[in-house]
Design a protein around this ligand. Structure first.
Ligand code: BMX
Ligand code: ZN
Length: 305
């Protein structure tokens, strides 16, 4: 069985075709038309779905997207201004009408968490937290193998914990939110402010690994903000595992060891004994896999582990 899968973020839309074992059969990406607003983003998904349907015999469409998502209605409950006009859009209804295929939609980090649970760093762990560092910071709370959704499908918005009261303005409308300091975009902005030009994060990490002191200091300062948020989450949830995803997870142990050092310096001993911190293993593919995981959970067909 084949599924069309999408991962809609604040910067790009990754998409592809995934089979029922979670293997990626085809993968591509495009820029998210955030400037044109939410309806234009839904139109992008429709256009690609039509093209994918012409090439593959698809059973359904699985969508992972930024924003708080009612995964039963497949509707955006709320989205920050990082995708203007996205709030309220009935993605499932519109897409099912346009493409005549069953559609399932869920929050991007809920999908990343389930992708890592199915195929990656959280295999065999039923209770854990997942956090992705991307354009923003998303979060997911997995409780006995299922997403804890909260009262209005909005639980796990880790990016909007306050890190610095009255700090930088956030697209959510408040100030000083965690994602304004600890997302990967925030690290890019720090580098840009310092060098007065765009610096890619893989390049910045490469320089730091090669002993370039300014690059390493910049990463260390950012990691200390990343760790402050993790400290709060660990004290609230006492999780056995927290998985860190997003593009920076490709930096592996170099970054993980820095995060571990700073987190363990701040948390109480009882939490240290039980906590495992891991980098996500499947990068952005986890979102596509987790979206398909949710599609299969909702439509009741076989999922092979
Ligand atoms: C924002 C929020 C979250 C999302 C997170 C990561 C919106 C549109 N986004 O905090 O729902 O999970 O960003 O998203 O409300 P990304 O853009 O970094 O992939
Ligand atoms: Zn915010």
């Amino acid at each position: 069985m084949l599924y069309g899968a999408f991962d809609v973020g604040g910067t790009s839309i990754k998409y592809g075709v995934v089979d029922e074992q979670g293997s990626i059969v085809f993968k591509s990406h495009m820029a998210t038309e955030t400037r044109a607003g939410g309806p234009a983003v839904v139109k992008q998904i429709k256009t690609v779905t039509t093209a994918l349907k012409d090439m593959y015999a698809l059973t359904g469409i699985a969508i992972s997207t930024a924003g708080q998502i009612d995964n039963r209605e497949g509707k955006v409950v709320h989205a920050t201004e990082s995708i203007p006009g996205y709030t309220g859009l009935p993605i499932k209804r519109e897409l099912e009408k346009a493409c005549q295929l069953p559609v399932v939609v869920d929050n991007d980090v809920n999908c990343a968490a389930l992708g890592e649970y199915w195929k990656g760093a959280a295999q065999g762990t039923e209770n854990f937290l997942c956090m992705t560092l991307g354009t923003g910071i998303g979060g997911s709370i997995v409780d006995v193998g299922e997403i804890y959704t909260g009262a209005s499908f909005s639980a796990g918005e880790f990016g909007h914990m306050t890190l610095y009261p009255n700090g930088k303005s956030c697209p959510c409308g408040d100030k000083g939110c965690y994602e304004m300091y600890a997302s990967s975009r925030a690290l890019e902005e720090r580098a840009q402010e310092y060098w007065k030009r765009g610096v890619s994060l893989p390049k910045l990490f490469e320089e730091a690994r090669n002993g370039e002191k300014t690059a390493e200091l910049m990463i260390d300062r950012w990691v200390s903000d990343v760790a402050l948020g993790i400290k709060t989450l660990v004290h609230v949830f006492n999780p056995p595992l927290l998985v860190i995803g997003g593009g920076v997870s490709a930096q592996g142990d170099f970054l993980l060891n820095k995060v571990k050092k700073q987190v363990f310096a701040h948390i109480m001993p009882s939490f240290q004994r039980s906590l495992q911190l891991k980098m996500a293993e499947n990068g952005n593919e986890a979102n596509l896999q987790g979206a398909v995981f949710q599609w299969i959970a909702a439509n009741g067909s076989e999922r092979s582990f």
